[in-house]
Design a protein around this ligand. Structure first.
Ligand SMILES: [Zn+2]
Length: 352
C-alpha cells in the first residue's frame, strides 16, 4: 500500500472514532476548553488531510499550522490576535498529542472492523519560538496487526458487533495516564519480584487484620476508647481497604474505583482492570497479568437518537439494584439509560 493511502486510512480511522466518541466529564473539575477543542483540532487535521489528498496533494503537503487548524475549530477567535490564537491552538495540540495514545484500543478496533491496516497518530514538525519558525501538525500512521484484530472482534459470542440489536452499546476502553507518583499503585505488571512482594503483603495484611480485629473488638467492648487510638484505627482501615480493592480487582478482573483520589482528575468514573498479557507464567501456565487504570465508555444510543449528540456512558457499580455488577450509565439520564457491562465482549444490553 502506498504511503498516501495509509495516511488516508489513518485519517478515516480518526474520523470514524470521533464520530462516536464522547469524552469524559467531571463535574468537579472544569477542563472543558482543552477537552473539547483538542478533539476538534484532531477532526480538523483529519478532514484537512483527507480533502487535500483527494485533490492530489502529496503527503508532505498535508501539514498544517495553528492558524489553519484554528479556522476549523468552532470558537469565537479574535482574528486580530494571531499570537494568541497560535498559543491557544498549540495548547490544544499538546493535549491531543499527549492524549491520543489513550485511545489506541479504540483505534485498533475501528481499523480492524474497516480493514484499514493502520491507526492514526498526530505529529509535529518545526521548532518552537523565533520569528519565521512555525509548528506544523500532521496525521501520521502506525501499523496494526489487522487479521489478529478482526479475529478478536469476531469472538463476541452470540452478538454480531457490526449489527448490534436496538439499543445495545459497544464499549471502548480509554487508558488513563497517571503521574509517576501514583503509577506504582494503579499501573504495573503483576509479575516477578512485584508479584512475590504483593502476595506476601496480602497474607501479611490478612494476618494483621485478624489480630487487629480482635484488638478493636477488645477495645470497643472491654477497654476505653481514647483519642490517640483513632489514627491507628484509621490507618488500619485505610490499609485494609487498599488491599481489599486490590484483591477484588485480581478476583473480579475489573472493579469500579471511584473516586480515583490519586489518579487523573479528568475522569469521574474509572475502573481498575487486571488484564492478561501475552506472556505466560511458566510455573502455572496462566498468563501474566497487568493492573491498569482505565475508563470504559460507550455512546448512549437513546440519547444519540433523541438529542442528536454523543452522550457518554460511564461504567460504575450497579448499586443495590444490580448488586455485585458493574453497569453502564448514561450521563444525561443515569437512572433510566442503563446498560449491562462485560469487559470481554465489550457489549452492553439495555437493562431497562
Ligand atoms: Zn442516554
Amino acid at each position: 500500500m502506498e504511503k498516501q493511502e495509509l495516511i488516508e486510512n489513518a485519517a478515516k480511522c480518526a474520523l470514524n472514532f470521533l464520530e462516536g466518541y464522547s469524552s469524559a466529564d467531571n463535574i468537579f473539575y472544569s477542563y472543558v476548553d482543552n477537552k473539547i477543542y483538542a478533539y476538534q483540532a484532531f477532526k480538523a487535521l483529519a478532514e484537512l488531510t483527507l480533502a487535500d489528498l483527494n485533490t492530489g496533494k502529496s503527503v508532505e503537503e498535508c501539514r498544517y499550522d495553528a492558524m489553519r487548524i484554528a479556522g476549523k475549530i468552532q470558537k469565537e477567535w479574535d482574528k486580530e490576535d494571531k499570537e494568541k490564537i497560535m498559543k491557544v491552538v498549540k495548547g490544544y495540540m499538546k493535549t491531543l498529542i499527549d492524549r491520543i495514545s489513550d485511545h489506541t484500543d479504540s483505534f485498533i478496533e475501528i481499523a480492524g472492523k474497516n480493514n484499514l491496516l493502520v491507526i492514526p497518530t498526530v505529529k509535529k514538525s518545526g521548532t518552537d519560538g523565533g520569528s519565521g519558525n512555525r509548528n506544523l501538525y500532521y496525521i501520521d500512521y502506525e501499523n496494526v496487526e489487522t487479521q489478529e484484530n478482526i479475529d478478536k472482534n469476531n469472538l463476541l459470542g452470540d452478538v454480531n458487533k457490526d449489527d448490534l440489536p436496538k439499543n445495545y452499546v459497544n464499549y471502548f476502553v480509554e487508558h488513563i495516564k497517571l503521574p509517576r507518583i501514583t503509577n506504582w499503585i494503579y499501573n504495573y505488571e503483576f509479575s516477578g519480584f512485584r508479584f512475590s512482594i504483593e502476595i506476601m503483603a496480602f497474607i501479611l495484611v490478612w494476618v494483621i487484620t485478624a489480630i487487629f480485629g480482635i484488638y478493636i473488638i477488645n477495645m470497643v467492648f472491654y477497654g476505653k476508647f481514647s483519642i490517640s487510638d483513632f489514627p491507628i484505627i484509621g490507618m488500619y482501615f485505610f490499609t485494609a481497604l487498599f488491599f481489599k480493592r486490590k484483591w477484588d480487582c485480581l478476583r473480579k478482573r475489573v472493579i469500579s474505583i471511584n473516586p480515583p483520589l490519586t489518579a487523573n482528575p479528568r475522569f469521574t468514573f474509572t475502573q481498575l482492570e487486571c488484564v492478561a498479557t501475552d506472556e505466560i507464567r511458566e510455573s502455572t501456565g496462566n498468563p501474566i497479568r497487568r493492573i491498569q487504570l482505565v475508563s470504559y465508555w460507550a455512546t448512549c444510543p437513546i440519547c444519540k437518537n433523541t438529542l442528536q449528540r454523543n452522550v457518554r456512558i460511564d461504567v460504575e457499580n450497579g448499586g443495590r439494584e444490580f448488586h455485585h455488577r458493574l453497569i453502564g450509565r448514561c450521563s444525561e439520564s443515569p437512572t433510566e439509560h442503563v446498560y449491562s457491562f462485560d469487559r470481554v465482549t465489550r457489549i452492553g444490553k439495555p437493562l431497562r
